[in-house]
Design a protein around this ligand. Structure first.
Ligand SMILES: Cc1cc2nc3c(=O)[nH]c(=O)nc-3n(C[C@H](O)[C@H](O)[C@H](O)COP(=O)(O)OP(=O)(O)OC[C@H]3O[C@@H](n4cnc5c(N)ncnc54)[C@H](O)[C@@H]3O)c2cc1C
Length: 427
């Protein structure tokens, strides 16, 4: 990942873990009556857990500024890790500060709800985790037919109910309510996060900009190309290699926004082109959509172009596999002057998409493509590494195992991690 984004990522973690809980802990500890000193630590842990849950809810609204700063995949990882950490702290809070009556009831219900949802989400909603733990990956694949992503999204929203229970839990504790500066912060943060959540869900054009699907046809076995015409005054900020969320709220089962990368590098007035592989319910149902019809588009998201710009890249090495090649096509189209070597691999039995684009680009003196069925050997790709590597940027797209393999190989070959960027198709 790019140096600037690595710093930003470190800073975001620092703010999340230490800075945000600080004022809450300070105001609480200054006002906590001495007779509760014995329980001060567990109470503090509960407060940190609550602050983190609020942050987790805010991150779940997919703030665009956070995407451009650290990328949504990292933001979702932060979202997942913080919620698990909050759960652990909540456990110690519960064990260390016994309560009774409604206070206990609201706390226990919230904890059990968080726990159940966390276990569920670790399997179905945490691509960053399942892609690293083969057992969870297998379990997810096995159960996915039953628990569709849309169901998971709805269940995930119950975390809001659990957070509300904690909010009520705190209002019931009189010695905490008596600490006015703490309660002021507590209310401000809670109302602020709820407001930002409601704004993200219900603001005008919350599902994105209404555009028209004007093309929808198969371009290869199980892959469709969608052509989307944006309204004239659409204010989408799109850059090469970006992805957008699309949804069809008027069609049954197609209302949940799904992320897809751009094939092209759209200038104002150009339609958006997406290439989508039929991997599940939403992506397979695209084949049944008659065009023209309305489609909602939200974006752009993604960091490929930032990595190129911030590194002042003079040369690109691109390794793309399967459907992961899509954003990399957009990158090539948007950066025609950069010297580029493009390594494109597909599995036996599938086909190369957009072969005509490669034929055109191959006519450029500064562009070379290498296409192969089956993976490239490490030696083959490494022998194409240029001598001058200072302004070289390596961009990767494809299955997670492939992306991680090339990240490792390029690092071992001496490239800095900020010169290599892989945007995963999962989070
Ligand atoms: C940044 C990014 C860019 C992508 N670009 C492309 C692309 O250009 N072309 C392409 O074919 N695919 C792309 N994908 C993958 C695509 O989003 C999923 O294949 C699609 O959402 C699966 O939905 P489904 O209902 O058909 O399948 P499901 O059976 O519901 O899910 C299949 C897999 O996709 C995940 N998934 C499902 N819905 C979502 C969602 N709303 N958000 C995130 N993940 C989800 C599930 O967890 C599961 O692992 C991209 C994904 C990401 C994260």
């Amino acid at each position: 990942m790019l140096k600037k984004h690595s710093y930003a990522l470190g800073l975001v973690w620092l703010v999340a873990i230490f800075v945000l809980p600080m004022p809450f802990l300070y105001t609480l500890s200054s006002g906590l009556p001495a007779i509760y000193n014995r329980m001060a630590l567990p109470i503090m842990l509960g407060v940190i857990a609550y602050v983190w849950m609020l942050l987790v809810i805010y991150i779940g609204t997919k703030p665009k500024w956070l995407d451009r700063l650290i990328g949504l995949p990292h933001a979702y990882m932060l979202h997942g890790i913080l919620s698990l950490a909050a759960l652990v702290l909540a456990f110690f809070h519960k064990e260390g500060s016994p309560s009774s009556g409604l206070i206990k009831l609201t706390g226990d219900y919230a904890f059990n709800l968080f726990l159940g949802l966390a276990l569920y989400s670790m399997i179905f909603m945490a691509g960053w985790l399942t892609s690293r733990v083969p057992f969870l990956e297998r379990l997810k694949k096995r159960l996915e037919r039953l628990f569709k992503h849309e169901i998971s999204v709805w269940l995930h929203r119950l975390n809001l109910l659990a957070t509300l229970l904690i909010f009520i839990h705190v209002q019931l504790i009189d010695y905490i309510v008596a600490i006015k500066p703490f309660m002021l912060l507590f209310w401000l943060a809670s109302v602020g996060v709820v407001a930002s959540y409601l704004w993200a869900k219900f603001k005008p054009k919350s599902e994105g900009i209404r555009a028209r699907l004007v093309g929808n046809h198969a371009i290869a076995e199980n892959i469709r190309e969608l052509v989307i015409r944006l309204p004239e005054k659409a204010k989408l900020q799109l850059r090469s290699g970006d992805y957008v969320f699309i949804s069809f709220p008027h069609l049954k089962g197609m209302g949940e926004p799904h992320p897809f990368s751009l094939v092209n590098s759209p200038k104002t007035g150009d339609p958006l082109i997406l290439a989508i592989r039929g991997d599940g319910d939403f992506t397979r149902a695209l084949a049944n959509i008659q065009q023209p019809t309305d489609v909602y588009v939200d974006g752009g998201f993604g960091l490929y172009q930032s990595v190129i710009d911030d590194n002042q890249a003079k040369e690109l090495m691109i390794v793309g596999g399967g459907i992961g090649v899509v954003p990399l096509l957009s990158v090539v189209e948007g950066n025609p002057d950069l010297k580029t070597q493009f390594f494109y691999t597909i599995k036996e039995g599938s086909s190369f998409i957009y072969a005509d684009k490669f034929r055109e680009w191959d006519k450029r003196p500064q562009f070379t493509s290498h296409r192969q069925v089956g993976r490239f050997s490490d030696a083959y790709i490494l022998e194409h590494l240029p001598e001058e590597r200072e302004n070289l940027v390596v961009l990767l797209g494809g299955p997670i195992s492939m992306g991680r393999h090339w990240q490792k190989i390029f690092k071992e070959a001496g490239l800095r991690s900020d010169q290599i960027y892989f945007e995963e198709f999962s989070w």
